[in-house]
Structures are given as C-alpha cells and as structure tokens.
Design a protein around this ligand. Structure first.
Ligand code: NAD
Length: 309
C-alpha cells in the first residue's frame, strides 16, 4: 500500500447506465462507496431487451443507501438519453461522470439477423451512448470537468460468430469515443473506452464454468472507476480488463509500400500484387495518435514520389 489518500468522489455526480446488474452494478456500488452521488439507470428488461422493471435499479439504489451512500433510480431506456441525464440534474443539479454501460444481445448469424435485431442492438449500445453523452456534454462543458466511459468489446475488435450487430455497434463506440475525446479535451472532459470480459447474465452459459467464476465484474470496476477520477489524465484510451488484469490497447499501422514508381504513373493491379507482402507486413508497426499524424505520413509518401520524378 502506498501512503496516498484513498481516491474519493465527494461532490461528484455519476450516471451509470444499465447499473441494475453485472458490471454497471459494480461501478455504481464502488462510486457510491467513495462519495459520489449515483444515478442508477436501468430499464430492467431481459438480456434481449424485452420488457421492463423498476426492481433492477431499485435494488442497487437500496444497496448504496444502506451502505451510507447517495443514489437515485432512473428507469428510462438509455435510448432516451436526455431523460436519463435530466434525472441527474433534477436530483443533484449536475453530472460529472457518465458511464455508458447498458447493453443487450440479439445474437444471430448474418443471414438470420433481422432489421429489428440490428436496429435495437445499435440503438441500445451506440445511439444511446451518443444520446446520453450529448445530453451530458453541455453540463460538463459549463463546469469544465467531465469523465465519460464508452463500453466496447473484444467482439467488436476481433469479431465473433453470430454477433454482427453487436460487433458493429461495439466498434462504433470506439469511433464515438475517439471524437468525444477530441471535442472534450479543452474543457477537461475525458472519454475513455473499457473492453471488459466479465461473468454476467450476458456471458452465462457461453464460457467454461471455471473461467466464468474467475471473471468477477467487481475486479473490473476499480479500473473503470479510476478512469472516472479527476486524477486520471488519460483521454481517448482503450483499456481492456478482466480477472484482475488491465492493459491499454492500440491500433497500429504497418510500414506499408509505395505502389507506383513516380507521381506521373498510376497504380496497376500488378503493382499491388507485387507489393502485397510489404503492404501486409506487420513486423514493424507504428502507433498513430491523431488523424494529423496519419495524414502526415501520406504527405511523406507524396514527397518521396515527387522526388522520384
Ligand atoms: P448485464 O446484462 O448483466 O447488464 C446490462 C444491464 O443493462 C442490465 O441490467 C440491463 O437491464 C441494462 N439495460 C439493457 N438495456 C437497457 C436500456 N435500454 N436502458 C437501460 N438499461 C438497459 O451485462 P454486463 O455483462 O454487465 O454488460 C455491461 C456492458 O458491458 C454491456 O454494454 C456489454 O455489452 C459490455 N460487455 C460485457 C462483456 C462481458 O464479458 N460481460 C464483454 C464485453 C462487453
């Protein structure tokens, strides 16, 4: 143990979506135990997004209050992001932290995915995270502080059989976080991504029991809640966590290959075929932080071609 003070969230108001179960419940309990006023949002439906019940949110609110913390329930669907944030404003007058966590699954192979399965998964994960973020943003901007979490998944990063809708939405959340991080930077609004693997009703029955028992969601909560603390300076990071382990994840670019001898010449199919091993060579990779860095490399390529005549 270091001699440092315990991290506290006194005076902070945190909205945790889908906080009635699984990971969201652990985030809410931890925030509540460290002094944050917590809005426990949960629609209380089935894992497929059917039905609704106030019980899920109420139970977690009771748990926080019984431990001496402060919390209110919000029963809106996250799709109604403005209403979710309004609950925080009405109850506590501000919103400092937003953890976009609520989620459902409608797994089907591509051929069997209906438009409804596609739309509902996108609405609950991607559109709702945008809606909640958009509603919270002006409040965070005005107070010059905000911490936002987007919840992605290895299913998005790597793909997963039967999860076309979910993978696409989860990767969309990475893109959303990238831009929220840029737009929030000057107002001390940070947006980071969690890529969790945890035992919950979402993963029950699809993992070996031994693994399931080790993937307790309370092992991920400190990682996510740390990213919501004012002392965490990360912005735009993707953090994977499970089973008491966490790491930063990057996208990298290979060295690539120039596909034409000079600016005067075009790219032929055969140029591409001949250079393909170099195009796909990932033995030397670079991590690019910004779109400006990415464009910078393109300018270097053009300069090189120009000097070739
Ligand atoms: P969970 O099913 O235990 O919890 C999700 C909660 O979201 C539920 O309480 C549910 O009622 C709520 N919810 C669903 N739709 C809602 C809506 N429209 N409005 C408000 N609340 C709603 O699942 P979990 O495993 O704790 O998942 C939490 C998040 O983590 C999800 O976004 C999920 O996609 C993501 N995730 C989980 C894992 C994992 O291994 N468990 C892996 C990758 C990503």
């Amino acid at each position: 143990m270091s001699g440092k003070e315990k991290l506290r969230f006194d005076g902070r108001v945190a909205v945790v979506t889908g906080a009635g179960a699984g990971l969201g419940r652990e985030y809410a309990l931890l925030l509540g135990s460290r002094g944050a006023k917590v809005v426990v949002n949960d629609l209380g439906g089935s894992p497929k997004g059917e039905g609704a019940s106030q019980r899920a949110a109420d139970v977690v609110v009771d748990e926080i209050r019984k431990s001496g913390g402060q919390a209110v329930a919000d029963y809106n669907s996250v799709i109604d992001g403005a209403k979710v944030i309004e609950t925080a404003i009405k109850a506590y007058g501000r919103v400092d932290i937003l953890i976009n966590n609520a989620g459902i699954l409608r797994d089907r192979s591509i051929i069997k995915t209906s438009e409804q399965d596609w739309n509902l998964v996108h609405d609950v994960h991607l559109k709702a995270s945008f809606n909640c973020t958009q509603a919270a943003f002006p409040h965070m901007k005005a107070q010059n502080f905000g911490r936002i979490i987007m919840t992605s998944s290895n299913s998005g990063i790597f793909g997963n059989f039967g999860q076309a809708n979910y993978s696409a939405a989860k990767m969309g959340l990475v893109g959303l976080a990238n831009t929220v991080a840029i737009e929030g930077q000057k107002n001390n609004i940070h947006c980071n991504v969690i890529i969790p693997t945890a035992a919950s009703r979402m993963t029950e029955g699809i993992m070996p029991e031994m693994l399931f028992n080790e993937l307790k969601p309370n092992l991920i909560a400190p990682v996510v809640v740390y990213m919501c603390h004012e002392s965490c300076e990360d912005n735009g990071s993707y953090i994977e966590s499970a089973a008491g382990w966490a790491t930063k994840v990057h996208m990298v670019r290979g060295k690539g290959a120039v596909l034409r001898p000079s600016l005067q010449e075009t790219v032929t199919l055969e140029n591409v075929q001949n250079a393909w091993n170099k195009v796909t060579d990932m033995s030397k990779t670079t991590h690019l932080n910004t779109i400006a860095e990415a464009s910078g490399t393109l300018l270097e390529v053009l300069e090189k071609l120009n000097s070739n005549g």
